[in-house]
Design a protein. Structure first.
Length: 131
């Protein structure tokens, strides 16, 4: 099995569902938005499980390309924001579960771009290292 490829796929799925959820809420389709965001969250959770399994069982893979500064900028920003994202997502989801809609919107407007960036840069890091 190629877990890094599977991780990139789940990152892409999470991103797609996030964007569909954004479109849904902009169209005032609240149930569709909720479903999309739950699927995005589940996709991210499966990604995280695969990521943990891979990094516990595989040898490190190093970047071999010519774009080192670009790669390390993407990697470092990805790692920092990836460490923060679960907390932001958790707060955002908690506010939704509690029906605290103004707070949920406030957190969501900040969380979604960061979560999307983490997904995109995760796919980029995979591509730069493995393809």
């Amino acid at each position: 099995m190629d877990l890094p490829f599977i991780e990139a796929c789940f990152n892409g799925l999470a991103l797609a569902w996030m964007l569909l959820g954004l479109v849904a809420i902009r169209m005032n389709l609240k149930n569709t938005h909720r479903l999309c965001m739950v699927i995005a969250l589940l996709s991210s959770a499966v990604f995280l499980g695969c990521y943990i399994v891979y990094h516990l069982t595989a040898d490190p893979v190093y970047y071999q390309g010519d774009w080192r500064i670009t790669y390390y900028f993407i990697l470092v920003s990805h790692i920092i924001l990836a460490a923060v994202t679960p907390f932001l997502v958790g707060i955002t989801v908690f506010r939704a579960i509690k029906g605290q809609w103004p707070q949920h919107r406030w957190w969501a407007k900040r969380t979604l771009p960061i979560w999307a960036y983490v997904s995109i840069t995760g796919i980029l890091v995979y591509y730069m290292v493995h393809v």
